[in-house]
Design a protein around this ligand. Structure first.
Ligand SMILES: [Zn+2]
Length: 80
C-alpha cells in the first residue's frame, strides 16, 4: 500500500547566468595576444587568446573562480 505522506522531489535548476566577459588586462606573447577576462557580475575569470584579427577571442582556459556555478554576486563591496 502506498504511503499517503509525500515528499517533494528536489529540483535542481540550471544556472541561468551567462558570463559577461570584460578584458581586465592583455599582453602579446609569441603565440598571440592573451587576454585575462573576468565576468562583470560574478567572480569568474578566464584566459582568452585572440585567434585572428577581426575574430572574437577564444577561450584558452576553463572558467575559474565561479565555484557557485556562476551565480551573479550579490550587491556589496568586493572582497579581494
Ligand atoms: Zn559570470
Amino acid at each position: 500500500m502506498a504511503s499517503p505522506d509525500t515528499f517533494s522531489i528536489p529540483v535542481v535548476t540550471a544556472s541561468a547566468h551567462e558570463h559577461a566577459w570584460v578584458t581586465a588586462s592583455m599582453h602579446a606573447t609569441s603565440g598571440g595576444r592573451i587576454r585575462y577576462v573576468r565576468c562583470v557580475s560574478c567572480e569568474a575569470w578566464r584566459v582568452d587568446v585572440d585567434a585572428a584579427p577581426g575574430r572574437p577571442p577564444l577561450p584558452h582556459t576553463r572558467v575559474v573562480g565561479a565555484d557557485d556555478g556562476g551565480k551573479p554576486r550579490t550587491a556589496g563591496p568586493r572582497t579581494r
